[in-house]
Design a protein around this ligand. Structure first.
Ligand code: NAP
Length: 299
């Protein structure tokens, strides 16, 4: 029998806290990255019961964790328990990555960074001077919209079922960036014409996600043109009904897998100070596309 030497007395600890965490893909992602890069780190899921976040964070600090991710439902609440927060995470109002710097916990938001990296990699373009429609106004929308505004988009239209949530994100954008904003509820989008005004359309709602793959976040009768880019942050199915319709109308379409992988890679870079080279990134992306295709329930 061979001795397993992957974890030794010197191995650094990283992980994810959330409730639940059983569904998280982050352990597979980070441990694969560690293996590919030879980083002496292990990544473990920590299920933190409601009401236990403060004690869990003190415990992780006490045992010298290198860093950790934060997932639902703690991305906002964690801010109370850390020592410092990046400007971007403060604007977004959510932290998904924490680095332990000699006992000081610093919070970041790599969901936003992961989204922008994925968008740029997969479309070859950015947001400067663009007109963007963001559908939804939940946690992911807030990260995505703030980041796009910081990337100097000209105008962001936020459309959400609950209008007040869209208006709140718009207020933060206006108070902190030069980006113009508009808001509407979903009925405000039902005039198909309005949707053609945007260079980029991003769905941040779960509408169309497995198993409800026949649903669309916007009217079925929408009309799009081939100079528009449509990004759906859902990655299961790999092409939502919304993306399939947009593709039929000639749009460039992108799903959320790149966002998911890039937020993890950005966290790895924060913890280790190391950048992944292009070859490692490509291997990882190919491996995860295959991995998801084999998953049960992955449409
Ligand atoms: P959230 O905070 O719960 O927000 C959900 C948003 O979707 C809200 O604006 C909500 O509207 C809207 N919504 C939900 N159901 C709807 C429906 N039936 N019709 C119309 N609008 C609806 O969730 P989140 O954290 O932002 O996550 C949203 C989605 O993004 C999920 O599918 C999640 O898996 C995905 N996501 C992907 C990544 C990635 O890396 N690719 C990262 C984060 C999240 P109301 O405000 O009116 O309730």
């Amino acid at each position: 029998m061979e001795i397993d030497k992957r974890i030794t007395g010197k191995t650094g600890l990283t992980g994810v806290i959330g409730y639940p965490v059983g569904h998280s893909i982050s352990p597979q992602l980070h441990n694969t990255v560690n293996k590919l890069t030879g980083a002496d780190l292990v990544y473990v899921p920590f299920r933190v019961e409601p009401g236990e976040l403060g004690r869990a964070v003190s415990g992780l600090k006490a045992i010298g964790i290198r860093g950790f991710n934060v997932t639902i439902p703690y991305k906002q609440e964690i801010i109370k328990y850390i020592d410092e927060i990046s400007r971007e995470a403060a604007l977004i109002g959510a932290v998904n990555t924490v680095k332990n710097e000699s006992g000081r916990l610093i919070g970041y938001n790599t969901d936003a960074e992961g989204f922008v990296r994925s968008f740029k990699e997969e479309t070859g373009t950015g947001f400067k001077n663009s007109r963007v429609l963001v559908i939804g106004a939940g946690g992911a929308a807030r990260a995505v919209a703030l980041k796009i505004a910081l990337e100097e988009a000209d105008m962001i239209h936020l459309a959400n079922r609950t209008l007040s949530k869209a208006m709140e994100i718009a207020r933060v954008i206006r108070d902190n960036t030069r980006c113009r904003t508009e808001c509407s509820d979903m009925e405000g989008l039902s005039d198909g014409g309005i949707i053609r005004e945007f260079d980029i359309i991003i769905n941040t709602t779960p509408v169309g996600m497995y198993p409800d793959i026949d649903k669309m976040p916007v009217d079925e009768k929408l009309e799009l043109s081939d100079n528009q880019i449509v990004y759906d942050i859902i990655y299961n199915p790999p092409k939502t009904r919304f993306l399939l319709k947009a593709e039929q109308m000639g749009c460039r379409v992108v799903n959320g897998l790149g966002m998911l992988l890039n937020q993890g890679l950005a966290a790895y870079e924060i913890w280790t100070g190391r950048q992944l080279d292009g070859r490692v990134r490509d291997m990882l992306f190919t491996a995860f596309v295959k991995y998801f295709k084999r998953q049960e329930g992955f449409a």
